[in-house]
Design a protein around this ligand. Structure first.
Ligand code: PRP
Ligand code: ZN
Length: 285
């Protein structure tokens, strides 16, 4: 029996969300203990708990088959992996930040500066693309303190809430790239492993579809059904069930979370009332 080796972050910004996604896929595994490896109970996958920075390398070198890692770390470490799926969590940006009193006038203001970062490759590509030459000072952690201790004049680091920058007197002035968690694989993964990956992907897609859609129920006069059906096409078309009250029906459908508020207004205008919106557990299209 083949097993898919899946590398996930041991602890940090991605680890909880990564394991949550796996759980939502109905895959159960031992609760995290201080171990490098753990096998799932009900799916042919083995987890490798690693530092996120090491994940692209381990996948590229065949130690793991697939991994969940930030796009930022992936871009920094290797060009050799295939992004199988953008996972939509752990969203952040890699940005340049300067001390609050710095007079920033655009990328040209970075000319000749000393910039501290853990992402020398991405930063150097960015500077090159913008025709700026600056010194890159690579450090592996606590980048945000570099300006205050005189190690650098600017930083290029991950920003999520922005609170780390604020508490270090820094101002985000330039987004270098946007990032989120991605599922990566070595290109050309072989037969049995590829099949397991496809099963996992099928489940991830069902979870993502469910999370981005809502189940919606409403009551409407029968003469409004045609209009409402246009507003709520759902998966094929809405279910229409007669109410006990003559001339009225209940419509059941699915609505995209992002469109939700706009659709609700249009539904009310079309004559809908008693609108209920309910989370969906899994959704297979
Ligand atoms: C990043 C970055 C900051 C912090 C920013 O570290 O280096 O310390 O997150 O987050 P905030 O904008 O919400 O304050 P990360 O969690 O990626 O840790 P790592 O570099 O050790 O992997
Ligand atoms: Zn890291």
């Amino acid at each position: 029996m083949s097993t898919l080796q899946l590398a996930v972050q041991k602890s940090g910004r991605l680890s909880d969300s990564s394991l949550n996604l796996i759980k939502e896929c109905g895959i159960t595994f031992p609760t995290r203990i201080a171990r490098l490896k753990a096998s799932a109970f009900n799916f042919p996958v083995e987890f490798l708990y690693l530092r996120d920075d090491d994940i692209p390398g381990y996948v590229a070198d065949n130690v793991a088959d697939v991994g969940i890692v930030g796009k930022n770390v992936l871009m920094e470490k290797t060009d050799d992996l295939e992004v199988i799926k953008e996972l939509g969590f752990s969203k952040c940006r890699l940005s340049i930040a300067v001390p609050r009193e710095f007079d920033y006038q655009g990328v040209k203001s970075l000319e000749g500066l000393n910039i501290a970062t853990s992402y020398p490759k991405i930063l150097s590509d960015f500077l090159k693309d913008n025709g700026v030459s600056a010194d890159i000072h690579e450090i592996s952690g606590s980048v945000e303190i570099a300006p205050s201790i005189g190690l650098a004049e600017a930083v290029c680091d991950i920003v999520s809430t922005g609170s780390t920058l604020v508490s270090n007197g820094l101002l985000e002035v330039q987004v270098v790239m946007k990032s989120e968690a991605v599922l990566v694989a070595r290109p050309g993964l072989s037969g049995a492993k590829r099949e397991i990956l496809d099963q996992l992907l099928f489940r991830i897609n069902a979870v993502q579809a469910a999370n981005s859609n809502k189940y919606i129920l409403l009551n409407a006069p029968n003469k409004a059904i045609a209009n409402i059906t246009e507003l709520l096409p759902g998966m094929r078309s809405p279910t229409v069930v007669p109410l006990a009250q003559e001339g009225w029906s209940s419509l059941h459908s699915v609505v995209k979370e992002d469109d939700f508020w706009e659709v609700i207004e249009n539904l009310r205008e079309a004559g809908a009332e008693g609108i209920l919106v309910i989370p969906i557990e899994k959704m297979v299209l």
